[in-house]
Design a protein around this ligand. Structure first.
Ligand code: SF4
Length: 352
């Protein structure tokens, strides 16, 4: 667009604003490339105890479209492939990792591998991790602990995480971590994908040497996404962004980062989502026709009842934005949190 040479100062201001708005809208549709740590066997690598793999369709065929992987396989690296199976055993009150046949204690080697590989994962600044379920190394939960005699503790067993994943979560407490099995659940998958794309956006934003104005724009554009996650955290984040100055920017970004990662770690809740949808609808309630109002409220009720998916209500709101216009809403990440083709908001069970 060329500037009109006789344009006055007021006209110039409008022009620059339009350009800014356009740039932010284009950025919205550009998704960051994800960095995901992953159990190697889920990618199809034959590193399991029996020389097989545990290829996962979501990891191999969907996530790989959007992510670069940082793989790990503690057992292949420490014990080799093929190998005897291992298990967690309570040895005099301490949980150790022992070979099921040989009783060899592999704990120290596996712990050393975990420390080295998690340091690499941290250094690569990954956005999330997908780990293999039911593994004494990689499992996220419900891994059995046995007695030295070989018996299981039974219902008194508190169960726990695999050794590697326990170290990963201890080191990076706000990292999005899911098992491939849990990701079959539409609710957990939507929350995980939302979290990793949000973490990646923050990572890229921090790498862009942001100014105070950039910081405030980031917060503004994430308003409805954050409100849909945790309103109390969103209310704490607002003053940090609003009171940021060139002098305190670094410290403000650090404080904001912690709250941002806490907020995006929350799972999607239907009730909170309904509040956000009503809030957005509020922009148009004076202009909307009686028919538009009735259609929105009917659709919202159907979403509440789990009859229609979230995307159906979002499309109604986008239609209102298109028809009546709203600069503020057009740049909300809430409408484009991850690539639309993942279709995660099209499942009626993606919110609880
Ligand atoms: S579950 Fe973990 S340790 Fe076992 S084969 Fe897969 S990556 Fe390796």
């Amino acid at each position: 667009m060329e500037l009109n040479p006789v344009i006055n100062l007021r006209g110039l201001t409008i022009h620059v604003k339009e350009e800014c708005q356009e740039r932010r809208m284009l950025q919205l549709k550009k998704f960051p490339r994800l960095k995901i740590a992953v159990s190697d066997c889920l990618k199809g690598v034959e590193c399991r105890y029996n020389g097989g793999h545990a290829q996962d369709d979501f990891v191999k065929n969907q996530l790989s479209e959007y992510a670069d992987f940082v793989p790990f396989c503690p057992e292949a690296a420490v014990i080799g492939t093929p190998r005897e199976t291992i298990r967690l055993v309570d040895v005099k009150g301490q949980v150790r990792v022992l070979g099921s046949k040989s009783n060899t204690d592999y704990t120290d080697g596996l712990q050393a591998y975990a420390e080295e590989r998690v340091a690499l994962i941290q250094q690569r600044d990954v956005d999330g991790a997908v780990v293999k379920s039911r593994s004494p190394s990689c499992g996220l939960e419900r891994i059995k602990v046995y007695r030295e005699s070989g018996e299981w503790f039974g219902s008194s067993d508190p169960m726990r995480q695999g050794l590697f994943t326990a170290h990963l979560q201890k080191t990076l407490p706000y990292l999005a971590v899911e098992e491939e099995g849990r990701l079959q659940d539409a609710w957990l998958r939507e929350s995980f994908v939302m979290q990793v794309f949000s973490a990646a956006r923050w990572r890229e934003f921090m790498g862009s040497d942001p100014s105070v104005a950039d910081f405030q724009a980031f917060h503004r554009d994430h308003k409805y996404l954050l409100l849909s996650k945790d309103e109390a955290l969103y209310r704490q984040m607002g003053p940090i962004a609003a009171q940021a100055t060139t002098a305190n920017l670094h410290e403000s970004l650090l404080r904001y980062s912690e709250l941002f990662h806490q907020a995006i770690a929350e799972k999607g809740r239907r009730g909170q989502m309904i509040n956000v949808l009503q809030h957005i609808y509020g922009y148009f309630k004076k202009q909307a026709t009686a028919e538009e109002k009735a259609f929105f409220h009917e659709s919202l009720e159907e979403f509440r009842q789990g009859v229609i998916p979230l995307i159906a209500v979002i499309k109604i709101l986008q239609n209102l934005i298109h028809h009546y216009g709203s600069e503020y809403l057009q740049t909300q990440v809430f409408f484009h949190p991850y690539p639309a083709e993942l279709a995660l908001r099209s499942d009626t069970s993606a919110y609880r």
